[in-house]
Design a protein around this ligand. Sequence first.
Ligand code: NAD
Length: 324
Amino acid sequence: MPPSAGEPPSVAVVGCGAWGRNHVRTFKALGALGAVADASPAAAEAAVASAGVPARGFGDILSDPAIAGVVIAAPDALHADMARQVLDAGKHVLVEKPMAMSVADANDLAARARDSGLVLMTGHILLYHAGFRRLRETVARGTLGRPLHIAARRLHWAPGAPRHALWDLCPHDLSMLLALAERLPVAVRSIVTASAGTIPQAGTVHLDFGDGLDAGISFSAISPVKLHQLTVSGTNAQAVFEDSRPWPEKLALYRPGLDVRRSPVLRDAVPLTPGEPLAEEARAFLAAMTGGAEPESGAVEALGVVRVLAAAARAIASGGAETP
Ligand SMILES: NC(=O)c1ccc[n+]([C@@H]2O[C@H](COP(=O)([O-])OP(=O)(O)OC[C@H]3O[C@@H](n4cnc5c(N)ncnc54)[C@H](O)[C@@H]3O)[C@@H](O)[C@H]2O)c1
């Protein structure tokens, strides 16, 4: 049954683990949660208890015309196949990052979404963060002058079984870097500095955008100290977005810019209106499902991120520069 006028469309969350339960809470709060699913009965039961909607099988959700959209928060390796099944069932999909683990899968999903007119969106949550949005406007307005270098640091301790830290951590920074640069890099290099067995846990990615702009990401899933920080250095000023700080300090501007002969001075702690990025992301999904604007982390944006991730993975193997 289609929703009545004014009611949000119904969304199912598939995968209700550590992160998926945040989607459950968020879509529930927006009045849009229709069902949950999880391969683990315990995780499904916990989601049912917190959200008060039924747990159902994935196939059952796909064949239910009352469910208009599906959020996939299952493990990374399942994303592409599950998102493909959702699109093929005629439903909109918000798939967690990374959208896919290969460029071929990402291209295939983007083509299916384009041909069907369905929403394909990825959980690049920082694009919906008030601090990053303000940083993006600041860069676009030219306040920093010409951006020359962007440095991202995503360091924390990730509990549980080791995950491939490049694919797990870097989608967030890449989504921000590509949004700021407004183009793909021309060359990507990457090295791994720590592994658990064969699974990379820490390393660096370097992106050369041409025209004098370059960017670096330091990532670690084994850092005892948490730091989620993005520094954009321009000819006139530098901006630091640090999500791990309290709201009044999340975005700061330093002058005079990237001139090594002068010391940077803090000029502005940029005032932000606090908000929950995941709620903004969920609202963007619901709006796009009902004919609103293409989400910022739509199919084309997510495809760009997967292209750079795949180039970085090739660069780790080759030891050289790769083109996305
Ligand atoms: N956007 C973000 O900021 C953010 C943050 C954390 C995690 N994530 C992403 O969310 C996803 C899940 O991460 P997590 O930390 O919650 O992992 P998790 O292991 O805690 O949860 C995954 C859940 O998926 C379930 N599952 C596995 N196979 C399934 C299947 N076939 N059908 C239905 N459910 C299935 C598991 O039982 C588990 O409950 C990952 O892709 C991760 O990259 C995104």
